[in-house]
Design a protein around this ligand. Structure first.
Ligand code: PMV
Length: 348
């Protein structure tokens, strides 16, 4: 059976401008490593929780008659790699929509950018939804997820609220079919009341982009392949733990999967190290919490900041312990957040 085409011709006249809001997501089973750089197809499935904090709001307005896209990120004109990625993404949307007009893009991020706090996930999920609406692409949720994936892999999961799984898909001879098979969707969850305590120990931008670091890890780390294999088993266990509402099992799998991902980077040649002394101090505090009988489990992405998974009723105690361990860091409690949505003309 031939899959449904991804893009339908616009049914209605295109909306000249659209605004979307998206939230970051934190992976509990990580995405690390691509098998296709152009299509952003991952080597492993991953699973995440979308957060209720740090939204990104992005407006895309068509600008007929102008020669270049104008992109503003947090009030400043985008340049360099950031601008190149947004323009490449808009080119993809324009190509699919059959509309050549350039655009004016304004994006406000409330999360520190490029600090391993998933700013690219919320950023490209919001850009995908706003650009698709502005250029008149009619996409279902899976289609929007596939589109967001092309901007930044992890963005495909921020299309959905709560827990989401990103299917890696399988290699196909036809790139269009490979693209269709890789998207995120919501995950069935039992009785769980989770929180993520986010410890921003360093809000500065990371020294190496996740894109470059994962490529280098896949190319040089002897630990990459074993981690990818164990990650598949982690995903199966994670799904069962979520369904059972077993926060301890969810946390155990999430922590070992994240530490394993960082181990692959530490074994790369030369090593990529995102974890800092402050990261390890927070990890020690998490161990002490567990020793005191509080289920708390850590996960880290491409940066030194730590997110601690716990039960929501324990979140204040966990936040206190983390604050005491890493004075000077910004600590906040996040619950599950919503999927991407378009705002109407009144900003609602
Ligand atoms: O989507 P990217 O290219 O920013 O990659 C993010 C990868 C991690 O955040 C480290 C893990 C994940 O699954 O989100």
């Amino acid at each position: 059976m031939r899959p449904e085409p991804l893009v339908h011709p616009p049914a209605a006249p295109t909306t000249p401008a659209a605004t979307a809001v998206a939230h970051p997501n934190i992976a509990l089973v990580k995405y690390w490593g691509k098998r296709d750089e152009r299509l952003v197809l991952p080597r492993v499935d991953s699973l995440s929780l979308t957060l209720g904090v740090f939204p990104t709001t992005t407006t895309v307005a068509l600008a007929p008659g102008t020669a270049h896209d104008r992109v503003t990120l947090d009030g400043a004109p985008a340049e360099g790699e950031a601008l190149r990625r947004v323009v490449a993404f808009l080119d993809l949307v324009r190509d699919r929509a059959g509309i050549a007009h350039r655009a004016v893009v304004e994006s406000e991020n409330t999360v520190p950018t490029g600090a391993g706090l998933a700013s690219s996930a919320s950023g490209f999920a919001a850009l995908a939804a706003a650009a698709a609406a502005a250029y008149g692409l009619r996409l279902d949720a899976a289609g929007l997820s596939r589109l967001a994936r092309r901007g930044s892999g992890s963005a495909c999961r921020s299309v959905f609220g709560g827990f989401a799984v990103w299917h890696a898909g399988r290699d196909r001879a036809d790139p269009a079919e490979a693209d269709l098979a890789s998207y995120a969707e919501p995950v069935a969850v039992g009785d769980l009341d989770p929180a993520l305590v986010v410890a921003v120990v360093d809000a500065g931008p990371k020294p190496v982009s996740s894109r470059a670091a994962m490529r280098h890890t896949v190319d040089t780390s002897p630990l990459y392949e074993p981690w990818a294999v164990s990650s598949r088993a982690d995903l199966t266990e994670m799904r069962a733990a979520l369904l059972a509402g077993d926060i301890e099992a969810v946390g155990r799998v999430a922590e070992r999967n994240a530490l394993g991902m960082h181990a692959t980077m530490l074994a790369a040649r030369p090593a990529v190290r995102y974890l800092s002394p402050a990261t390890l101090t927070v990890l020690d505090a998490v161990l002490r919490l567990r020793g005191d009988g509080v289920p708390a489990y850590a996960t880290m992405d491409a940066g030194p900041n730590v997110k601690v998974l716990c039960r929501r009723p324990d979140a204040d105690r966990v936040a206190e312990a983390v604050r005491a361990a890493a004075p000077g860091s910004r600590v906040l409690v996040a619950g599950p957040g919503p999927g991407v949505r378009l705002l109407d003309g009144d900003g609602r």
